[in-house]
Design a binder for this molecule. Structure first.
Ligand code: GLN
Length: 611
């Protein structure tokens, strides 16, 4: 049976053939191409950054791209993972709680993703077992191959259909050789076989060691890692060598010969000063062009689109590396030892800093032993402070002490989710005189629960995927700081992940005492943004604004914070305050995006040479 026949005679219960290839309705073979990224030697190579940068280069060429991360673990999503071990839990607009790499993709591609862009072994096996109980495999023993691998291919092709992508970027989590991702590698091998030549491009990301004692680069670990991939039936087309320094020709030659890959397709991907220059590095090395050639995508490339997109990106990179001003922002946090836990916040600060020509030094503040007596000393020299999202009691009182200090001393403040709730408690205790104010998360039977469980969350058992999750609209009150920050918008979309809220019975008391709730859920008494008039910059939100900040569209609340902090640290400069700055930046960015969009021509079908 030819591959063609195989794909047209698909059957879910097949005793006739050993092929098991369920196809989603509407799937057209050859329409969508695939780039598969695997890692060898070690984890933490920056597969997500590499893959999203390459995807960005394709997107810049006018191609529609859609990334997917295949996670090996059995958790259904990342919601129950400890950020201390795994990095932050990133929330997509549709409420999927996923790996932080999805944040990298959204930021790099400036594109909202969905649950279809994130797959775990838990999801794959759940689907297989549900089908088994439903009798879909009746008569067959359900096996890793072809049924589980079939389900993986199904997921990939479903994404191709739903996204209408020209290229789907498949990032396989972990490293080649891990037991938990072995079936993913088998699935993409089968995919390449079924889709045919020119449809799937395999990129092996590897690592070239440079032991200090030797002072030279060694390729053996990389060779063995790639060999492992080849033992699994996958011949890489492209090898990208991560390394501390540029990979020397001799090492590239060794790897090329050992892996059956032409030398010009073995690239050095050495460390660089910022992740934002990775696309440039890939572009300069010609890697994007190799992928285009390999996947025969030349005819879909739109050079004019590429020029515009590239100019905007270079403009951002330029601003990112040239910063005139300087601020120190404190971030309080339980997971202070692991910056990955706060990846989105760090990126949101970078985006705003670039927009405002401001270098940001982040100071991590451990609040476990912080109180009203030592807060002044601990926050000395800061120009702004963020209390980020969090769960549980550890360090909570210290965070409240920081907020009190910020409120009383005109220190710019941004409260995110937990930080919003702590600001409500602080205000209730110290301004409204509700001495026993607290959150029921911190004190179960507290007398004055200004923050309490959302009614919809009451009675929910278990911990997976059941918080108030995902993108929600926020209604913005006119004539507030939020209204100005969002450029006069009366509704904005933000990402949420919480179980508690400001208890509606206290809203009146809080507002009467001067707290302004400038954003709320439409049609529900769920407060979503708070602010303090008569303060240079004091704002909090029940949402996670960091998750929607993008390099070319910095999130407004962060812009406001950085601008306010900059004004404090550079009082001699005539700089706009937080909201005026955000307002101006927003307008400038929006108008340049509009201009860019109107310049984009429909995709050229003419044969273009890519370079
Ligand atoms: N623990 C709080 C809640 O569940 C805040 C959550 C968060 O910061 N993501 O509402």
């Amino acid at each position: 049976m030819s591959t063609e026949d195989l794909l047209s005679s698909v059957s879910d219960v097949s005793d006739e053939t050993e092929f098991y290839t369920p196809l989603p309705t509407g799937y057209i073979r050859g329409r969508c191409k695939y780039v598969v990224i695997t890692g060898t030697v070690m984890s933490g190579l920056g597969k997500g950054i590499f893959s999203s940068s390459l995807a960005k280069l394709m997107q810049d060429k006018g191609l529609k791209v859609s990334p997917v991360k295949l996670e090996g673990y059995l958790n259904v999503d990342s919601g129950t993972l400890n950020p201390f071990r795994h990095g932050e839990v990133f929330v997509l607009d549709d409420g999927m709680e996923c790996d932080m790499d999805l944040g990298t993709y959204e930021r790099m591609l400036d594109q909202d993703l969905t649950g279809m862009n994130f797959t775990t072994s838990g999801q794959i096996f759940t689907r297989v077992l549900e089908k088994e109980r439903h009798g879909d495999y009746l008569g067959r023993d359900v096996q890793m191959i072809p049924h589980v691998t079939g389900e993986v291919k199904m997921r990939l092709r479903e994404l191709a259909v739903a996204s209408q992508a020209d290229v789907v970027f498949i990032e396989i989590g972990g490293t080649v050789g891990d037991v938990e991702n072995a079936y993913y590698i088998e699935a993409v091998r089968e995919l390449a076989y079924e889709e045919g030549p020119g449809s799937v491009c395999f990129v092996a990301l590897t690592y070239v060691l440079e032991p200090k004692t030797l002072g030279e680069q060694k390729s053996k670990a990389a060779q063995l890692g790639i060999k492992r991939l080849m033992e699994n039936g996958v011949q890489p087309h492209i090898i990208a060598c991560r390394a501390e320094h540029p990979v020397v020709d001799k090492v590239r030659q060794k790897i090329a010969q050992y892996a059956n890959v032409p030398l010009e397709r073995v690239f050095s991907m050495h460390d660089c000063e910022s992740i934002y220059v990775v696309p440039e590095m890939l572009r300069e090395s010609g890697l994007d062009f190799e992928v285009i050639r390999m996947l025969r995508l030349d005819e879909r490339v739109n050079l004019q689109h590429e020029r515009h997109a590239w100019l905007s990106w270079c403009d951002f990179v330029e601003r990112d590396s040239n910063r005139k001003y300087h601020v120190r922002i404190g971030i309080t946090g339980k997971y202070t030892s692991l910056r990955d836990s706060y990846a989105s916040i760090i990126h949101a600060l970078e985006h705003s800093g670039a927009a405002l020509s401001t270098k940001i030094d982040i100071e991590w503040i451990d609040t476990s032993d912080l109180n009203d007596n030592n807060v002044t000393e601990k926050l000395a020299g800061l120009n702004g402070i963020i209390v980020p999202g969090g769960f549980g009691t550890r360090g909570a009182e210290g965070k409240i002490a920081c907020i009190k200090y910020a409120r009383e001393n005109n220190l710019p403040y941004l409260g995110i989710c937990f930080g919003f709730q702590m600001a409500v408690i602080e205000f209730a205790r110290n301004v409204c005189g509700l001495k026993n104010a607290n959150s029921t998360e911190l004190q179960k039977d507290c007398q004055c629960p200004v923050v309490s469980i959302l009614p919809e969350q009451e009675g929910i058992e278990g911990l997976g995927g059941n918080m108030r999750l995902g993108g929600k609209n926020v209604e913005i009150n006119p004539e507030t700081l939020a209204h100005r920050l969002f450029g006069g918008a009366t509704s904005v979309r933000m990402r949420f992940r919480h179980r508690l809220e400001v208890d509606p019975q206290y809203i009146d008391t809080l507002t009467k005492n001067g707290l302004v709730f400038s954003g709320k859920a439409p049609g529900e008494p769920i407060m979503q943004i708070l602010e303090l008039p008569n303060h240079p910059y004091f704002i909090g939100t029940q949402a996670h604004p960091c998750m929607t900040s993008r390099p070319l569209h910095p999130q407004e609340m962060f812009v406001g914070l950085v601008a306010a902090a900059r004004k404090i640290n550079h009082p001699d400069q005539d700089l706009p305050d937080g909201f005026t700055a955000a307002e101006t930046i927003n307008k400038t960015i929006q108008s340049s995006i509009k201009a860019e969009r109107s310049n984009v021509q429909p995709r050229s079908r003419a044969k273009n040479s890519v370079r």
